[in-house]
Design a protein around this ligand. Sequence first.
Ligand code: 8YV
Length: 310
Amino acid sequence: MIELLQIGSFPPEVQDQLDAEFVCRSLEDLAREPAMAERIRGIVTRSNQQVPADVVERLPKLEVIATNGVGYDLIPLELAARRGIAVANTPDVLNAAVAELCVGSLLALLRRLPHADRFVREGRWAGAAFPLATSLAGKRVGVVGMGRIGTEIARRLEPFGVLLAYHGRTDRGLAWRYEPDLLALARDSDILVVVAPGGRETARMIDARVLAALGPQGILVNVARGSLVDESALIEALQSGQIGGAALDVFDEEPRIDERFFGFENVLLTPHIGSATRETRAAMARLMMDNLRSWFRSGKVLTPVPLPGV
Ligand code: 8YV
């Protein structure tokens, strides 16, 4: 059976599929028996796992890297391109789930749903009315990264009666207003949704200036990667009231995030669950397996990641 290097753990039902068709070796196995490097033809991983370049360099027979996720910011793409190694992700099958979490988190933050739930459970309703919260209708929403997931988010937000605009590398000729200047988008938005891919190009693009432009009533939503936001600038902006609140599903250091976030009443924290539904994860696993099967059968993956210079 074909030997794969597995980086990261998978749920049992996915691991069973992998083990039924491949021999999965861990980094520890590789360290214990370096000679196996000669036999490894593929890497299977998850989008929140680093694929170390030095490991790829030690695998002379490596042909393909298949990740369970749409993100590929932790995969050494330049090296893969140089070595002619195919890289495959799982796009599209998770768009709806991530968009649902984005809209759900935004509504939970604006209507303070976790607080309202606690208010009722703690029996405080008998003694007082829950304070008024904030409507989504009529708000100006700026989407940073109008790709597949950004588009699904915008489509789901539109029926809420919001005004949509977006920023990204290119004007995609969509019905929503394109804003080439990120600062201008932040200035003209009540809610800024971050949904661009991680990586060098987008690192810390949401910095102190962008947060200041968003302003004291402004809300930041991040369902992309922690790396897109300057986290210390964000914490400062929350501490000083320079922005109005945030709904965060991704962070710099996951899962041990900066504990200063725990003290903010105007912040909704979720543990990187954008794609975490049974249906979506099953679809992601299916596509990951199909990418591996297709590669070893035909030398082509179904959903290739565009490699630099290729
Ligand atoms: C992860 C994600 O894959 O797809 C992505 O890029 O971030 C998530 O769907 C998941 O959290 C880890 O496997």
